[in-house]
Design a protein around this ligand. Sequence first.
Ligand SMILES: [Cu+2]
Length: 751
Amino acid sequence: MMLITKRFLVLSLVFLLVAVAGEPVKAQKTLNDVKKERGLTDADVLAAVKTFMPRGGRDVYLGVVGTGNSGTMIVYGIPSMRIYKYVGVFSPEPWQGYGFDDESSLMLKKSSLDDKIDTYGDMRYPALSETNGKYDGKRLFFSDGANSRIAMVGLEDFETKQILSHPLFTSTYPEAAVTQNTEYVIQTSQFPSTWDGKSADVSFDYDKKFHSGVTFWKFEESNKVSKAGHLGRILKEKSFTLELPPFTLGYFDAGKFGSDGLVVGSAEKNQKHYVYVIDYKKLLGLKTSVINGATVVSFRDAVNANAIAMIQIPARARMVKVTPKGKYFVVVSDTLLVVDLNKVKAAMANKAYTVNKAADIPVIEVKSVSHGTLPLGKGVMDVAFEYRPNTAYASLFNENKIVRWNYKTMKKEGELTLDFKPGQLLVPQGMSASPHSNYLAVVDKEGIYKNFLGTGPVRPSFQHLIDISSDKMTDLYTMSLPQCNMYGSVAIARTLVKPIIRYPTGTNSRTGEISRYKTVAGKEKIERKGNRVHIFGTMIRSHITPEIVEVNQGDVVTFHLTNLELAEDETHGFTVDTYGKNGSYEPGKTASLTFVADRAGAFPYYCTEFCSALHLEMEGILMVKPKNYKEGSAIGGEIELTRAQLLGYKKNYEDKLIVIAQTQDVINSVVTWLKENHYEKYTSVKALVVDAVAQLNKAVVAKQNYEKYAKAGKWKEAFLWAEQYFQYQVKAADSGLRAKKLLKEKLEGTN
Ligand SMILES: [Cu+2]
């Protein structure tokens, strides 16, 4: 034994000496060393510095892009291009328990035609909510092209709050747009289809049986505002659809200010290309019918009310976008066409139509409403607007170019040649009335760069960040976006979005209301009615309560769990092994997990999100007793402790009391420091102190118990309660130390 120890010691020393001798400490490299070694130019370094985000720095914008068929959305920062979050929208997302807990599963099921959870989507062009034409940072909308759904995401917590399935369309254009005060969220069909669920013969009576449509989903922010955020909803019963003849519809946009009320979008039929113009306010008073539960305004009534016209255009419109002040809209094809919306309004008012005889459609001559055209090049895909007057950008896919141009003078103002084929464009705030002028993000679906490693045939999607702040545009950075077929994105100024830190305790995050399953500390319980078992549990560092749940095979079991944490970023996860149940519990959230306990045995449940040093102690066990199980057939009952065991517990208890006293010293010193430095002046610091105090308040009962059991000589119980007390102390100390660190940073001005 002695020999082994000695040899081990010698070996360790030798190893240590070799390690020290073999790895001489290198001098820190200078910027110039790194530049030289990596062959970087000054331009490379400047580009890197422009996107680098130091500690204490903040991204200027929050970007959102739909992942297409993955059915999720990605939240990222501009200019750092760091991905913050993937959010489940049209498909389940396990990390946040989306489509796994009862609340989100119910929402997803209700949005499906077959009462099941759809597991993919087709989401391309999101819309941010607006007030007076400007982004208000409250809501985000997505259309699912594949499953004809519309979704609303709350920006208070970046969670999906509502999904509706379209009652008429079986094919939806994967874009959403809003009117200038988000009175309506607009969604259109893409390919024509039948609406009655009966006729399906394309060759017979196509023009009568097949329809297209534009839907105006009524959106209202509720007067009842929850502390967790807004309770706004799309109201199906106040929404309506304008029926159109069987056009194939594409990108669309809503008017603003002088053109508020108008909706413009691309339409095609029999190889003829149009832009439709709808004056939706004129539709509001018209007669409606109900088809499949949806309110419908007929095309004929809209034409008679002069609420719709078509502008025939020479080529297919790849994109139709209204300029920020609402004066023009741009029709994107290789020759850009700018249409004056005042002229369109005048033409509609004067009924200056040539009528398409075959379909009886009012058509406006394009030359009578055109502001100008600009032949730009090959494969023009998209345009984006920025803050400088009348300034826009266009992407030329086939020419690897971005062009800056002026939609008033109809002149080209500059260009940037790229080493990739540019697709959809984004300027931060660009789809609102107040675009900014710093950056242009460009979609690119050809990740064939030497500086990206190959990962098999499927590559990520890419978004390039271009600096447009000066006359000379520069390509700064390439962000890869995995699990994503990407099209359009939107970005909003960081200062407009005000995300919450935690929910009021017991919040159902989908509805924003306090859940009827909210459970607070000390009120945990298990309720049984026949074979229906409800567990009302809580989670807090480092306990899941209850720790043991016994059910019978075949019982229908629901865990209703509430995260009692008040501290920032203290999310707990929850899974029951092999039962396929998985939830995510952000501070304050209540969510439920229901399953049939159809397999007998012992199934551990535990916290899946690393939450603190005591994370591993967040566990419990679900005992599923087999059918015909008889009590007492297993080992049970109270076990008598031997004297040696009892004394062991006494020693443990006494040792614990010493640790408790030491921990209390730490807490006291932190408390003194916080008070001396006026923590109460800083809201975020105060929140941490509130959490620390809450932990200590919970500890009071534990102390009463350990003292009681110690007095009675019940050392095991005394030790366990002392341990419980210590855990509350640790949590309080943890929050206290975080508060101290934060306050220090505030005082030093680094946070
Ligand atoms: Cu945890």
